[in-house]
Write a protein that binds this ligand. Structure first.
Ligand code: UN1
Length: 497
């Protein structure tokens, strides 16, 4: 057994091992020998303990004034700000993204905490006119109760913060099951909440793997809402099993995002955007651009320049200055990414660059993959339809704006789409016609800001949006209140003037 530090689940304010005593390791993707920590491999009983603790903590938290709940998030934001560099370094070590991006990930959580702290003092409903005299009607939000959050490894601080902070502000008690690849990032985020003064049991953390701890959380009858970010495949299971119990289920799933480059677009800008969106975070963002849909006029030039830029990227340990592209999160994902290179070749696409595991020298210690470009890709090919979640991009030709939009819309997903054009008419047509929850003009498909709704259409989700003005929708119920001060029975729809 490794001598790496051991961590517990957070249940009712105590850090405790799994009841079974089982554990798993969090290992750095840049160096298999670097064990970040040993964590409880939780089962149904542990989840049961966490849900019970949340249930006990809920009434007092619900009764805490919302501005006070917001103030706590403000204190947590300050702690995260103080710890930003340490947390970013931990993130790079635990899941691989390069340091500059890890800092951005922590910043996104700070932004969300600040935003939600402010939200704490904003209106919680509307006063609405009554059709009857001497009667007042209004709405307010109420918390759902105990909510279950299941979060991914690719934004291991930001995405838990998108769920935790609005859930807490709305007055819910929470059980978080973070990704098994990034348990320590999640634990550090929650520690900031605890140190900011969160009462015991309001947030509980249950580590473990999806099929065990995650499934137990989904199935637990006392968990009234579930928020899940991950693959479409698992999202369908969460929706089906949660839906059976009539839970509120919010899903933020895959993407097959595209950048459209028209013949009038600024090619230099488009190349910069393409490199950032395709290879940033090693392509492991649900908003990553894995398709470049390029007007025939500029296709050759675009592909050649993208190749040059991809080949100039330095792949390595994200902690090293000067590295542009970090590792793939684990060996299973590395093999999956590589299997898509085989798929692309089998489908007759032309491999322009990459397509190989990188294991020379220090790279052999981790899971590295070369930035990969396929050209001559037809929109229906699997490499242009399925989410690869790695540094692999398909270049697809288009003859016109209409065809480019049709290609962009031709996948099952609808998260983030972008267009590069200098023509305002074409830009607005694209904004209207692109089928996605997020559209960018003259900017890449990544880089959403927390004060706007985040989420997608089609198979990217089931109609919910995280962040922005919509953040609380996931985690609260509306109550409509009617107060009649006329002193007599007034019948709606009947005793109207
Ligand atoms: C994700 O990839 O799951 O817009 C989230 C972005 C980031 C969030 C990505 N702010 O790329």
């Amino acid at each position: 057994m490794s001598d790496a530090p051991r961590f517990g689940n957070l249940i009712g304010g105590e850090w405790v091992p799994a009841r079974s005593g089982a554990t798993f390791e969090s290992v750095s993707p840049a160096d298999r020998e670097d064990v970040v920590g040993v964590f409880p491999r939780s089962g149904r009983e542990d989840v049961g303990d966490a849900v019970a603790a949340a249930g006990r903590a809920f009434p007092a938290w619900r009764g805490t004034p919302q501005p006070a709940r917001g103030d706590l998030l403000r204190r947590a934001a300050q702690l995260l700000r103080d710890r930003k560099e340490d947390l970013a370094r931990l993130m790079t070590r635990e899941m691989g993204k390069v340091l500059v991006e890890a800092r951005g990930d922590v910043q996104e959580a700070i932004d969300m905490a600040d935003y939600m702290a402010g939200e704490g003092r904003r209106p919680v409903g509307e006063t609405v006119p009554s059709e009857l005299t001497d009667k007042v009607c209004f709405t307010w939000r109420e918390p759902v109760g105990v909510v279950g959050l299941i979060t991914p490894w690719n934004f291991p601080v930001a995405i838990p913060s998108w769920k935790l902070f609005p859930a807490l502000l709305a007055g819910n008690a929470v059980v978080l099951k973070p990704a098994e690849d990034t348990p320590l990032c999640a634990a550090r985020l929650v520690e900031a909440l605890v140190e900011a003064g969160l009462p015991a049991g309001v947030v509980n953390v249950v580590h473990g793997i999806g099929e065990e701890a995650g499934a137990a959380l989904v199935d637990h009858p006392d968990v009234r809402a579930l928020s899940f970010t991950g693959s479409a495949e698992v999202g369908r299971l969460v929706a089906a099993r949660g839906g059976q119990q009539l839970k509120r289920v919010s899903l933020e799933l895959g993407g097959k995002n595209a950048i459209v480059v028209l013949d009038d677009g600024d090619l230099d800008l488009a190349i910069d955007g393409a490199v950032w969106a395709a290879f940033g975070t090693t392509g492991q963002r649900c908003t990553a651009a894995s398709r470049m849909i390029v007007h025939r006029e500029v296709l050759g030039n675009f592909t050649e320049r993208l190749r040059e830029r991809a080949e100039a990227l330095r792949v390595g340990n994200g902690l090293d200055e000067g590295v542009d592209v970090g590792p793939i999160v684990n060996d299973r994902q590395l093999r999956r990414v590589h299997s898509y290179t085989e798929v692309g070749l089998g489908e007759g696409a032309r491999l322009v660059t990459g397509g190989a595991v990188l294991d020379r020298g220090d790279l052999g210690r981790g899971h590295f993959y070369a930035p990969t470009i396929f050209a001559d890709v037809r929109p229906a090919m699997r490499i242009a339809q399925e989410e690869i979640f790695g540094p692999t991009v398909s270049v697809i030709a288009a003859e016109s704006l209409e065809q480019a939009i049709a290609h962009a819309n031709s996948t099952a997903y609808g998260l983030s789409l972008s267009i590069y054009t200098r023509d305002v008419n074409r830009a607005f047509r694209a904004m209207r016609e692109l089928q996605a929850g997020i559209v960018y003009v003259n900017a890449p498909t990544i880089g959403a800001e927390i004060q706007l709704p985040f989420g997608g259409i089609k198979s990217t989700g089931n109609g919910h949006r995280e962040a922005g003005s919509t953040a609380l929708e996931e985690f609260s119920e509306w109550k409509s209140v009617y107060v009649d001060y006329s002193g007599r029975l007034q019948r709606a729809q009947i005793d109207t003037a």
